[in-house]
Write a protein that binds this ligand. Structure first.
Ligand SMILES: [Fe+2]
Length: 217
């Protein structure tokens, strides 16, 4: 089945449940809560490259956000975790807060792929390694989203899309206890961090994409 709004073709398959192995982690020391006594933090002891644990979510642009919303919810069975009314919906097909986000766009596009890493230290280590090789790939970070709660850092991937390292996303284990919210202020984008660059909302190659989607003549 293909959703015309996003041009995304969906194949539904029943696959084995993903069981992620937890890495033992002592937690962060806090005021009055010393959980890592007389030890350096694991985040400063790690060596070697950062390895994402999984592809957690993708964000795609839809030229018909409402019909894409219906396609993914009523058609495929995704659940809505949060909404930016008239603009976007965060949807899940797992216990993660979102696996797919559909946002209004003037042209169908892949906006981002988002890769789960162990924790915020791995986001920082990954960013340091990546930007050490090519500082021009920085897009936006470090910050924390309000919707989904995840720490984030965004980069340009080699194909020109955005790519995110994220950790500590909300997990919805009981649908009945989660209330989807409608977000219309800056929390739709983030809770804290540097302000997003304009290109995050309107990618720099948007005009080119629109031109090739609607060739003149
Ligand atoms: Fe994301």
């Amino acid at each position: 089945m293909t959703d015309p709004g996003t041009d995304v073709r969906v194949n539904v398959e029943i696959a084995a449940r993903i069981e992620q192995k937890a890495t033992p982690w002592p937690g962060f020391n806090g005021p009055g809560a010393i959980v890592r006594a007389t030890k350096r933090a694991p985040g400063v002891l790690r060596v070697g490259p950062v390895r994402p644990r999984k592809l957690g979510h993708v964000v795609v642009g839809s030229t018909d956000q409402e019909s894409s919303h219906r396609f993914f919810t009523a058609g495929i069975g995704f659940k809505v975790s949060d909404r930016i009314p008239g603009v976007a919906a965060f949807m899940r097909c797992s216990t993660d807060h979102h696996n797919v986000m559909i946002q209004h766009a003037p042209v169908t596009m892949l906006h981002q792929t988002s890769w789960q890493v162990e924790d915020v230290d791995e986001i920082g280590r990954g960013a340091t390694a990546l930007l050490g090789k090519d500082p021009g790939r920085h897009v936006w970070g470090l910050g924390r989203h309000h919707v989904g709660s995840n720490f984030f850092w965004y980069f340009k991937d080699p194909a020109g899309n955005f790519s995110e390292y994220y950790s500590d996303m909300d997990c919805i284990l009981d649908d009945a206890l989660w209330k989807a919210g409608d977000w219309t202020d800056s929390r739709a984008l983030y809770s804290w961090g540097p302000p997003p660059p304009p290109s995050f909302i309107n990618p720099e190659d948007l005009a080119d994409m629109m031109a090739s989607a609607h060739p003149a003549g």
